[in-house]
Write a protein that binds this ligand. Sequence first.
Ligand code: CTP
Ligand code: MG
Length: 166
Amino acid sequence: MLPAYIPNPVAALCGGGTPIDLGRNFSDGRRVFGDGKTWRGLVAGILAGIVIGLLQIQAQAMFNLTYLPAQTLLSVSLLAIGALLGDLVKSFFKRRLGKERGSKWPLADMYDLVIGAFVLLLIADPSWLFSQVTLAAFIVILILTPILHRLTNIIGYIIKVKEVPW
Ligand code: CTP
Ligand code: MG
């Protein structure tokens, strides 16, 4: 899951500049995504996720870690892209519900990256998904994700990269 977990914190570290929605509003008069979703964050986050994934592929080959899912360039790319697409889609619906940028939306904020990554894998590389990710691994992901999410956001808040600790 590293290629899916890395993009969010990297987006928070590197984000800024032109928003993905270019400042435009949706038909309801609210922003499409908001100022918290920027091109720089999206591109840097996806690239970082893919780089981590490529390092993982190297490490798995070097140390013969056969008990781990056999990552490919496609699988790590889909995990990274899916994670931030999930985050983007979540922000779209967050704005439609009238929630401001940075406001809390507990379950959605935690699982957006998991849903995005797995939906993209399901669409673009289902054979990898079903052959490499076991049900046990998926359950561990569901338990671990909110814990890691909370921890990284508290760290992000302490080092002043994030404005709120969630
Ligand atoms: N970020 C970015 N581009 C992205 C995703 C995140 O620049 N595609 C940066 C923004 O600076 C953002 C920070 O990472 O403020 C934290 O991300 P997140 O918590 O997802 O955004 P929020 O500001 O909370 O916005 P939202 O309410 O839309 O989730
Ligand atoms: Mg947020």
